[in-house]
Write a protein of this length. Structure first.
Length: 401
């Protein structure tokens, strides 16, 4: 694991094409790469912990001062994806990836050994039920597939580890009837019919289908995108916004949470979970060109551009599904994902009409400038992780294994 080590898809190569019609940043791609790497350098300094801080030599973990506990599954998944994607530019990327992976493997869920216990305290002890969170496991499995493409073999064979985790996600974190992702391997009773929209990661599902050959991942993809479309049509026709949580998924009439279901009274709003949706759907639109994710991302971007008059500084941290704002402005967890969605505004509309090229390009460039002018806050790991991954997509340093 030295600086001479070759990565399969090195950062900065821009070798994996985006879908036709995808908008690109104005200006020099190499300058954008430097901006990403500078943000990444700060992210590492603020949020990566190693050695005795996380349970021993050779281990590494992403620290989350703004979460309920210092180490959470979501952050470890982010860390694995980020370090795999920066291979070729950071000579430490492989070692950091393996260190985070050691932390993950040292903390299996009490319900399934191939899933990750979602929370650890400052002493490295599992807390909060010792069970899993679906979004963490999805990103961990995806990170392993990226690592297999980047480095091959390695820590117990990345591909084998990925396949076991993907199968465990299907077994314990996908509802066998609706094919929607559940909240975790603990979901039962009234929580069995709840799904979190930020766990809908179409590009991950495509990668899982390719890696396993299991056609059930096509069913999960179709279930998620069909429900996303129905929710937009029925509950947010003017905005395209999705709620944090969807309830009654097994009833035939799924709907936004009517109030607090798991986290807050805003569980049915576009809040601190769903703010990731423009990034997640936009990333798939950029890579796959799927008409469904392209239309969803384009709609979100156009609404945000119109609602703010093209000023990213006016994006608020919370909206009702009708577009009524209630949150404060300024969090990159909310404005950065719209840059990914903005990339879907290029080319022609799916109905054959011309896109809004010039305005969309100015919007994308303004969002990028906002991100470049917003360094990570050492107290806010969540927003930093979302922004860094959005920057990786927008700078054309993101790809699907």
């Amino acid at each position: 694991m030295t600086g001479r080590e070759t990565a399969g898809v090195p950062f900065g190569a821009h070798s994996v094409p985006h879908a036709p019609g995808t908008l690109r940043l104005s200006g020099d791609p190499a300058a954008a790469d430097r901006q990403v790497l500078e943000y990444y350098r700060r992210w590492k300094a603020f949020f990566l912990r190693s050695g005795d801080e996380v349970g021993g030599r050779g281990r590494c973990a992403v620290f989350t001062p703004d979460a309920a506990h210092p180490f959470v599954a979501e952050a470890q998944g982010y860390g694995l994806v980020i370090t795999a994607l920066t291979a070729g530019a950071d000579p430490d990327a492989h070692a950091l990836f393996d260190g985070i992976l050691r932390h993950v493997l040292a903390h299996p869920s009490v319900n399934h050994p191939e899933l990750h216990a979602a929370q650890q305290d400052a002493g490295g002890r599992d807390v909060g039920g010792r069970d899993s969170a679906t979004d963490g496991d999805l990103d961990i499995a995806y990170g392993l597939l990226l690592a297999d493409r980047q480095w091959g073999g390695g820590h117990g064979d990345y591909k084998a580890l990925a396949l076991r985790r993907i199968d465990a996600v299907m077994e314990r974190e996908v509802h066998p009837g609706t094919r929607l992702t559940k909240l975790g391997d603990w979901s039962s009773g009234r929580f069995d019919e709840v799904s979190r929209t930020s766990d809908w990661m179409p590009d991950h599902l495509r990668a899982f289908r390719t890696a396993t050959g299991d056609p059930r991942w096509d069913e999960v993809l179709d279930a998620q995108l069909s429900l996303a479309g129905a929710l937009r049509t029925r509950h947010a026709p003017a905005t395209g916004l999705l709620p944090d949580f969807v309830v009654d998924t097994t009833s035939g009439a799924p709907r936004p949470a009517p109030g607090k279901v798991l986290e807050s009274p805003h569980d049915g709003d576009y809040h601190w979970n769903a703010c990731r949706v423009p990034w997640r759907l936009g990333a798939d639109a950029v890579i796959s060109g799927d008409a469904r994710t392209r239309a969803a991302a384009r709609g979100l971007s156009r609404w945000a551009r119109a609602a703010t008059g093209g000023d990213p500084g006016r994006i608020r941290s919370g909206y009702r599904l009708d577009g009524t704002a209630y949150g404060d402005p300024g969090s990159s967890a909310f404005f950065a994902p719209f840059a990914v969605a903005a990339m879907a505004e290029g080319g022609r509309d799916d109905d054959g009409g011309e896109g809004e090229g010039g305005a969309a390009q100015r919007w994308l460039d303004a969002l990028w400038a906002r991100m470049c002018g917003s360094p990570p806050d050492p107290a806010r790991a969540y927003a930093a992780g979302v922004q860094l991954q959005s920057m990786l997509v927008v700078s054309h340093n993101y790809w699907v294994p």
